[in-house]
Write a protein that binds this ligand. Structure first.
Ligand code: LLP
Length: 423
């Protein structure tokens, strides 16, 4: 469910025409619908309503725009962050530290110290080495670090091998068999306070069975830790619930089904649960709007060349995944086209031999479901400035990140002193 729909033949974001936005700010640009953000935040909260005060920590990596974070902060969401940069953004957006979880497989000592100084809710520890480092950093700061051990449950899940994190052979988490010893070690440390366990097995998960299996393993682990005399007050179940990208495919399990499964598995755990949804909240709330630069026929194919490219939205080329492509003002009829960007790589392609409504140079198109892992994964490859982001709310819109100028792009760099004299 989202708020991008045709009105009088033109695609709108809520009450704002995408043609109007394109005129005002140029293309390409990302556009987010507040109504969809809020709706998804509420649907997920509703799905977990039977739990006692869960912490909903939005995975900032999915969309770190501060206005997006501030929208979710107003819905009572916290943040799951994986770098000091993400933590600073969450705080800047008004998310209180007591709703921030710091995850990630390789936190630096500087990041650990920044997280402790900010007084966040919890740090999810992913290795023995990190536990040792955090103990030292906390001792130096004369504080006690609230930690959860991220467990690797050895369960595969996720829409793509590159985003499956739950198998034993991945870099993520502590092997489940080693957790009791590490937990005991943390409990003995004067500057560490083990408060619970965490798990996250993958992203774009479209089958609840592996999640259920991972949560069951976590439940067994919690019972064992308690038998060994430890307090376990919290369990973080991560994110990962998939969303629909391709209208031709069956819908992934709903948040309500996920919530019912969680309630069933965790009944009797006696912990405060935390969740780290990213894609589910922002995926459908964003689109990338681009203009057709030209069309051409080559090798028996019709190519539609957009002014957006793989540097702006890398998901299709990185993971080979589907994003729906719609004309902003659809014409009657049909064409089959390969939709590409201007970057000098064959992989700079959004869709291959895709049935579309007819497109011509100058037309606007929307790449749908680009709110998660879209703008945040953009780069300036081919010296293309970072694309602006617009947030819509009803009939209002705001440029929440202006287009990077070429001057700003070049100003980042310095000439090496020995090159300053012209030959
Ligand atoms: N928690 C942790 C520890 C994570 O690593 C992730 C995602 C999440 C939560 C949020 O997962 P979500 O609910 O969004 O599935 N760039 C990829 C996705 C990478 C996901 C990485 N971790 C893509 O474009 O599909």
């Amino acid at each position: 469910m989202h708020h991008f729909a045709l009105r009088d033949g033109v695609l709108h974001a809520e009450d704002v025409s995408l043609e109007t936005l394109a005129e005002a700010i140029g293309t390409p640009f990302y556009c987010y619908a507040s109504a969809t953000l809020v709706r998804h935040a509420r649907v997920f909260r509703e799905a977990l309503a039977c739990l006692d005060d869960p912490l909903l920590a939005f995975a900032v990596k999915a969309n770190p725009n501060i206005s997006v974070l501030a929208t979710l902060a107003r819905e009572g969401y916290g943040a799951d962050v994986v770098s000091e940069g993400e933590m600073r953004r969450a705080l800047a957006a008004g998310i209180p530290p007591e709703r921030i979880i710091f995850s990630g497989v390789g936190k630096t000592r500087a990041e650990l110290a920044a997280a402790l100084a900010a007084g966040i809710y919890q740090l999810n520890v992913e290795s023995e080495a990190e536990l040792v480092a955090l103990g030292e950093v906390a001792a130096a700061l004369r504080t006690r670090a609230p930690i959860a051990i991220r467990v690797n449950p050895d369960i595969a899940a996720g829409g793509h091998a590159k985003i499956a994190t739950g198998k034993a052979e991945t870099k993520f988490g502590v092997p489940i068999a080693e957790v009791p010893e590490l937990y005991a070690r943390a409990a003995r440390h004067p500057h560490l306070a083990p408060v619970g366990v965490a798990v996250h097995i993958g992203s774009q998960v479209t089958d609840l069975a592996p999640m259920e299996a991972a949560f069951e393993r976590l439940g067994t682990l919690i019972a064992r830790l308690r038998r060994e005399g430890h307090a376990v007050a919290r369990a973080d179940l991560g994110g990962g619930l998939g969303i629909p990208y391709d209208p031709a495919l069956p819908e992934p399990p709903s948040p309500a089904r996920y919530g019912a499964m969680v309630a069933r598995i965790t009944a009797g755990w006696g912990v405060r649960l935390a969740f780290e949804p990213g894609r589910l909240i922002v995926g459908n709330a964003g689109i990338l709007v681009a203009r057709v630069i030209a069309t051409k026929r080559a090798g028996g194919r019709t190519f539609v060349i957009l002014d957006a490219a793989m540097n702006d939205l890398i998901r299709p080329t990185l993971y080979g995944v589907f994003h729906d492509i719609r004309a902003v003002r659809p014409r009657p009829g049909q064409m089959v086209a390969t939709v590409v960007g201007p970057v000098c790589e064959t992989g700079d392609q959004f869709a291959e031999d895709r049935p579309l409504t007819p497109l011509e140079a100058g037309d606007l198109v929307a790449l749908m479901t680009a709110g998660a892992y879209g703008a945040t994964m953009a780069s300036t490859y081919n010296s293309r400035p970072l694309v602006p982001e617009v947030l819509v709310s009803g009939a209002d819109w705001a440029l929440v990140r202006p287009r990077q100028t070429l001057a700003a792009l070049l100003a980042q760099e310095r000439l090496a002193p020995w090159l300053e004299e012209r030959p």
